[in-house]
Design a protein around this ligand. Structure first.
Ligand SMILES: *Cc1c(COP(=O)(O)O)cnc(C)c1O
Length: 474
């Protein structure tokens, strides 16, 4: 759309041309295209406004990968996970990953465990939840009992379980928190389970604090519940972030298929698994734990393949990259990566505790949780965690402040996730900035009108943009 005297010559400087002078298409579908150099520069420039992902200390997800992973992702851009006949080797890598994970998580017979890659733990949670619901319904129907009121018992969970419950019509019974209790405990479960409980979901790496629930204790409690009531309630472990950490760093912690009651497990390959975004895993202890009604045979891509995913087409690069990670790092390599993260987390926890105004509630103990450091205000200060989050953002750090789950939501906590690619040096830079920010906030008491809603509440991903009072939304 060049006007008189305007150049649209391909040799001309990118910024002297078409869209660069007239602005980006925003509303209507653009009538004409533009050449790739201009389009690329335009899109790339817009993306500068995103934060620097590696300074986003809110996310659990992978933000650093080796160059080889980028190459494999690029080479896999055309691989469709569903098309196992056209891309049999990508399908084979997925099968290998499933067997390796069944081995890592101590399935009784890794060769016969069922599992699949997914787009993340959320899809895996839907699949595992559905498997439990179908299995429960099958049992109840066979016994001539009603199947209209399924429920799921859990502590404070990631939103994917609330989604599962709502999307698939299951009552969610979340054990309330009280006092200093931040997790579901073995004492709780018996009181919330009944004949309509499709499963209990244990958090292995809780979203709010990074803490592990006591899976073994909860499993034992369900054994006692069964002795009392005759009801055999299956246990599912949401190991989104913990399942790829504990086996390497804390192998004696028993939370996985070593417990016979654990029938299924989900994990995010793109968290502790170190794969790029879009990698998740769902595994069942034995083939019989995945009801046959959930498995479809697809034959119109050539060949005949079983599929039990929510999606049909799905990118294959994440699975390829996950397999690369397993081969590249092995058990020892994962242990080294995660141990370094724990060291850094403990360093940050000590630094935050030493600043004065904060009390650390979880931080870098592999017996207790993942590499999250969470803290709350220790006493009266003239600023809130929301003010600190806002101030840290001026240096580019994204550190969420949010209320604890229901029943404890009067308490505001703040949390950083130490991830692969976050070095001791970066931790030191972060701590120095935090000291500066605290000093600033003490000298310049923030306006009390910066409420939680304005500051942006808990957001597990990129965090929402905060708004400075009196300024229009940025
Ligand atoms: C991240 C997370 C999820 C959701 O996983 P995605 O891979 O982001 O879909 C579920 N549960 C827990 C405990 C998590 O940490």
């Amino acid at each position: 759309m060049s006007g008189p005297g305007e150049s649209n010559n391909e040799d001309d400087d990118v910024y002297a041309r078409g869209l660069m002078r007239h602005g980006a298409p925003r509303r209507g579908f653009p009538r004409r295209g533009t050449d790739p150099r201009v389009a690329y520069q335009l899109v790339q420039d817009e993306l500068m406004l995103d934060g620097v992902s590696r300074m986003n200390l809110a996310t659990f997800c992978t933000t650093w990968v080796e160059p080889e992973v980028r190459k494999l992702m690029d080479q896999s851009i055309d691989k469709n996970m569903i098309d196992k006949d056209e891309y049999p080797q990508t399908a084979e890598l997925e099968r290998r990953c499933v067997r390796m994970l069944a081995d890592l998580w101590n399935a009784p017979d890794p060769a016969s465990a069922r599992g699949t890659s997914t787009t993340g733990s959320s899809e895996a949670a839907m699949l595992c939840g559905l498997a439990a619901k179908f299995a429960w319904r099958g049992r109840r129907t066979a016994a001539g009992e009603s199947t209209d009121r399924p429920n799921l018992v859990c502590g404070p969970v990631q939103v994917c379980w609330e989604k599962f419950a709502r999307y698939f019509d299951v009552e969610i019974r979340q054990v309330p928190l009280s006092g200093d209790k931040l997790l579901m405990t073995p004492d709780d479960v018996g009181r919330y389970c009944d004949e309509n409980t499709i499963m209990v979901v244990c958090n292995f790496g809780q979203t709010f604090t990074g803490l592990f629930e006591d899976v073994r204790g909860i499993s034992d409690a369900l054994d006692r519940f069964q002795e009392r009531t005759g009801l055999d309630v299956r246990l599912h472990v949401d190991g989104a972030s913990g399942a790829f950490v504990a086996p390497f760093v804390n192998p004696d912690l028993v939370w996985d298929f070593r417990l016979p009651r654990v029938r299924s497990l989900n994990a995010s390959g793109h968290k502790g698994g170190l794969a790029p975004l879009g990698a998740g895993w769902a595994l069942w202890r034995e083939a019989s734990d995945l009801p046959e009604e959930l498995v479809f045979d697809v034959d119109y891509l050539g060949g005949n393949e079983a599929t039990f995913n929510l999606n049909f087409s799905r990118p294959g690069g994440q699975v390829v990259a996950q397999y690369y990670d397993f081969v590249r790092l092995g058990h020892e390599g994962y242990a080294h990566v995660h141990r370094a993260k724990y060291e850094t987390a403990r360093h940050i926890a000590a630094g935050v505790a030493g600043m004065g105004p904060f009390e650390v509630i979880s931080g870098g103990d592999p017996d207790l949780g993942i590499t999250a450091v969470a803290w709350r205000m220790a006493g009266d200060e003239s600023f809130t965690p929301y003010d600190l989050a806002d101030r840290l953002r001026t240096r580019g750090w994204l550190v969420p402040a949010y209320p604890l789950p229901r029943d404890r939501d009067d308490e505001i906590v703040q949390r950083v996730l130490v991830r692969h690619g976050f070095s001791r040096d970066m931790a030191d830079l972060f701590l120095e900035d935090m000291v500066d920010c605290v000093g600033h906030l003490r000298r310049h008491t923030p306006s009390p009108s910066l409420t939680q809603a304005e500051a942006g509440g808990f957001n597990h991903g990129a965090g929402s943009r905060s708004r400075v009072p009196g300024e229009p939304g940025r």
